[in-house]
Write a protein that binds this ligand. Structure first.
Ligand SMILES: Cc1cc2nc3c(=O)[nH]c(=O)nc-3n(C[C@H](O)[C@H](O)[C@H](O)COP(=O)(O)O)c2cc1C
Length: 267
């Protein structure tokens, strides 16, 4: 991926930070004076934008994007470790939702946030599908249930459905999922990172969220579901999240989790 990186000699302070920061080592020391040159690795640029984001002089432009058009980093906006730890600990899978769709503005904020999620080689392969309508999510859940009716292990899910309880999408009025085309080698990783960021962010927008594992499994194999989702043969679903406004589901405590198994290897 060649990104057409330029260094404005008039703005360059010669600090050399770009040489240190670039993961693909596209900068070379001083072409003219201390201004870095762009070397043969330019072809390997992954367009991560780190050079533009880090340059103290605002001298670097990559594919026409310069420092002036970037959001400023502001560490005063960061949560403390304890605040972040509280968010991680107090986030819960929510499975009781009000039936109304979620406000579009909240979906827009979530999807916009996910632009910045890391992806392998910064390839940014994710596409998003949003189903924000309780009748539609109910219909999708019904297709999934129909697809597993012959499986013995699905009996509790089928029985629940017949009794009016949606075990598959939990009655969530909204479902979002991340997908890529077949050229991505990292669909599950890239999608899961972004979906977990959405899962963590949801309560901060007054939303409840829950990973949609039954949906993810079914979307890989159920042709009726894939057709209902307008997915082509080349589309790969990586991760999915149910969303909605929580209906009186709150937790007074953080559930117990055992100590993680950790190995420290010493040479
Ligand atoms: C990959 C993945 C798939 C999941 N799929 C479902 C699902 O289909 N339905 C559901 O109710 N919960 C699902 N969950 C939620 C887990 O059951 C839940 O995270 C776990 O019980 C721990 O509870 P907590 O999220 O509140 O900490 C899934 C979670 C993950 C990470």
């Amino acid at each position: 991926m060649s990104q057409n990186v330029r260094v404005d000699a008039a703005q360059c302070t010669g600090c050399g930070r770009c040489l240190e920061i670039c993961p693909m080592r596209i900068f070379q020391p001083g072409g003219q004076g201390s201004v870095p040159a762009i070397g043969p690795n330019a072809e390997k640029c992954i367009a991560c934008g780190h050079c533009v984001a880090a340059c103290p002089g605002g001298a670097i432009t990559a594919s026409g994007i310069g420092a002036a058009s970037l959001q400023k980093a502001d560490i005063s906006l960061l949560p403390t470790y304890d605040q972040f730890a509280a968010l991680v600990a107090q986030r819960r899978s929510i499975r009781k939702f009000k039936s109304q769709p979620i406000p579009q503005e909240k979906i827009d904020r979530l999807i916009d946030l996910l632009r910045i999620a890391p992806t392998a080689k910064n390839l940014l392969p994710l596409q998003w599908t949003v189903v924000n309508n309780p009748e539609s999510t109910h219909r999708l859940a019904g297709i999934i249930v129909d697809g597993i009716r012959s499986r013995d292990d699905a009996k509790p899910i089928i029985d629940a459905w017949e009794q009016g309880y949606d075990w598959v999408l939990r009655g969530a009025p909204c479902l979002i999922f991340a997908h890529t085309d077949e050229t991505s080698n990292w669909t599950a990783f890239d999608s899961s990172i972004a979906v977990e960021i959405a899962d963590l962010a949801a309560p901060l927008l007054g939303l409840g969220a829950c990973w949609a594992g039954y949906f993810i499994s079914a979307a890989g194999v159920n042709p009726i579901l894939r057709s209902a989702l307008s997915l082509g043969a080349a589309d790969r679903i990586g991760a999915a999240l149910m969303l909605g406004i929580p209906d009186d589901e709150t937790y007074l405590r953080v559930p117990y989790r055992p100590e993680p198994a950790v190995r420290y290897l010493e040479p």
